[in-house]
Structures are given as structure tokens and as C-alpha cells.
Design a protein around this ligand. Structure first.
Ligand SMILES: [Mg+2]
Length: 313
């Protein structure tokens, strides 16, 4: 049985992300400190159990030896309106790399133009979340490459299908990063992923924790970007510990996303200074203020019980 007391909180987002205006997360404290269990609501027990392994590991074991200190982060923009860009960018002070969720070249190129109005030397990471087929990917990426050229740092998961990625790589000069290809296929042979991608995006919780992520990074053998899954400062601190210990870091990490919350779990959140975050132990002193309703507390407790009952942990 799960041995810790669960605290479920609701964090309001400053802008809609993944269709969410509030992010529900469950926190608990183990011998090594506070940890976070926050798979998205629709995830089943099997997928959620991987996040629980991550949460337990960081609650029980101290972070591994770090090989670097401060972690450079990128700004993260959901698929927002052009007029919202300026305000959202202000939440990521000093960040020169800007990740944007995009749908197509024609609908979203203005977002990039607007970012350049505020950060003239910005580099872009375009996250497609696997939405395009091969033909759409070729057309859209040609558009971005022609218009923005070397300002595009990379394109994240333009297609879901690995064979499509292999084909696409021959048709674009842009670098390709993979995210879903890794975290939705953890049981498959990922050593071949470097044949279709230039960069691996790795997340602490969906990888099953820091040690599982480090093993994954070794197996994949690509430069890595450590990213988040819209966690509070507690989950982010574990993502930062992973970034601090990961070899072969590609560049800025996607760990600035706590800036997208209107309220975080602590009065002392991890803050971005000059495009960088310094990691620290986070103590959630605002739990009472952000506490979810009792039925949600029970829902999350049941979710964890179910994982144990199914023998997934
Ligand atoms: Mg992604």
C-alpha cells in the first residue's frame, strides 16, 4: 500500500494549456523530501504507474550527483493568440529559446514574427505533438524553413510514425526532436531512435524517474533536452535534478513551465533569472490555500490504490 499522506492541490493556469485552465496534482513527503504525482487525468493506471514510480523514487532517494549547477530554460508558449505573446514571454525573463505549440505554418507563423518583435535573437522550438502526416509535415516545415531558416532550433515530434520521421528527415534541413516517440514507447527498442531524430526530449515523470531517465538517455545516445509535463515547482525541482546530472545536454531545457501557473505550491517557487533556474529543495507551504475538494482528494487516492491493486508498482 502507498505509505504516504497525499495532498491534492489545484493550480490555476494563467493561460489554457492542453485544454486545461486548472492543473490538479498530488503531493506527498517522503524521507528525501517532497514529491509530486501528476499524470494527466485521462491517463490509465498503467501509464500513471510510471509517473508514480518517478514520484516515489524522488521522495525516497536523494538526487544523483550533479555535473552542472544552473539550468538554462526555454520559454514555453501554448498555441495562444498573437496579442497574448508579449505578456506570456514576460513570465520567462532572459529566455532566448522559445518553444511554441503549433498547428500549421499558415496559422502560426505570426506567433513567431511576434516573438521576434520582442526577442530579436530568439531561437524557436516548434512542438507539433505528432499531429502531421508526412505530406503535411513536408509542406509546413518547408514554410518554416524558408521563412525563418536558422532561427528554428528544432521541430519536436512533427509526425508520430517513426517511418514518416525517417522520410521527413531526408526532406528538411531542420533538426528533428522526438518526445512522444520515446515516452509512449518505453518498452520498445529505443536504440534505433537516433536514426530518425537529432535530439531526444526526456521528461522526469513519464520516464519513470531520474534513474530510469538516465538509463534511457544512455540507451538512446542522442543529445537531450529535459522537459516538464506541466508540474509544480516540486516536480520541476526533480526535473532540474535530472538535467543537472544528465550527460550530453543539448541546450536550454523545458523546465520553465511553473511560470504558466497563477499560483504555485510555494511562496518560494523556482524562478527564472536571466533565462536560468537554480535548483533548490521546494517545500509546499501553500497547500492549504490551493487544496482540492474532498472528492478530488479521494479520486487521486483511489487512482494510486488502483495502481497497487493492479500490481503495477
Ligand atoms: Mg512535446
Amino acid at each position: 500500500m502507498f505509505p504516504y499522506e497525499l495532498k491534492v492541490v489545484e493550480l490555476p493556469l494563467s493561460t489554457n494549456f492542453r485544454g486545461l485552465s486548472v492543473r490538479e496534482i498530488a503531493l506527498f513527503e517522503g524521507p528525501a523530501g517532497w514529491s509530486e504525482f501528476s499524470p494527466f487525468i485521462e491517463y490509465d493506471s498503467k501509464e500513471s504507474s510510471i509517473w508514480l514510480k518517478a514520484a516515489l523514487e524522488s521522495a525516497i532517494n536523494p538526487a544523483p550527483k550533479k555535473i552542472r549547477d544552473g539550468i538554462e530554460v526555454n520559454a514555453t508558449l501554448p498555441n495562444i493568440k498573437v496579442k497574448e505573446v508579449k505578456n506570456l514571454l514576460s513570465k520567462f525573463p532572459g529566455c532566448k529559446t522559445v518553444k511554441i505549440k503549433i498547428n500549421s505554418f499558415s496559422s502560426d507563423k505570426e506567433l513567431l514574427v511576434e516573438v521576434l518583435n520582442h526577442i530579436p535573437d530568439a531561437k524557436f522550438r516548434l512542438d507539433v505533438n505528432g499531429q502531421w502526416n508526412l505530406e503535411e509535415a513536408i509542406i509546413n516545415l518547408n514554410g518554416y524553413e524558408n521563412e525563418f531558416g536558422s532561427k528554428i532550433d528544432y521541430v519536436e515530434q512533427p509526425c508520430l510514425n517513426v517511418d514518416d520521421l525517417a522520410q521527413l528527415r531526408k526532406k528538411t534541413g531542420l533538426k528533428i526532436a522526438v518526445d512522444e516517440s520515446i515516452r509512449k514507447h518505453l518498452n520498445q527498442d529505443l536504440s534505433k531512435i537516433k536514426e530518425v531524430a537529432d535530439i531526444a526530449v526526456i521528461k522526469w515523470a513519464p520516464s519513470g524517474g531520474i534513474s530510469a531517465a538516465l538509463a534511457l538517455i544512455e540507451k538512446i545516445d542522442l543529445p537531450v533536452v529535459i522537459s516538464s509535463a506541466l508540474e509544480s515547482s516540486i516536480g520541476i525541482s526533480h526535473g532540474l535534478s535530472l538535467a543537472q546530472s544528465a550527460p550530453n545536454l543539448y541546450g536550454a531545457c523545458g523546465l520553465g513551465t511553473a511560470s504558466l501557473f497563477n499560483s504555485d505550491v510555494t511562496r518560494n517557487p523556482l524562478t527564472i533569472i536571466n533565462g536560468e533556474i537554480k535548483n533548490k529543495k521546494v517545500v509546499p507551504d501553500l497547500i492549504d490555500k490551493l487544496k482540492a475538494k474532498p472528492d478530488r482528494q479521494i479520486w487521486w487516492q483511489n487512482r494510486i490504490n488502483q495502481i497497487y491493486q493492479e500490481g503495477l508498482i
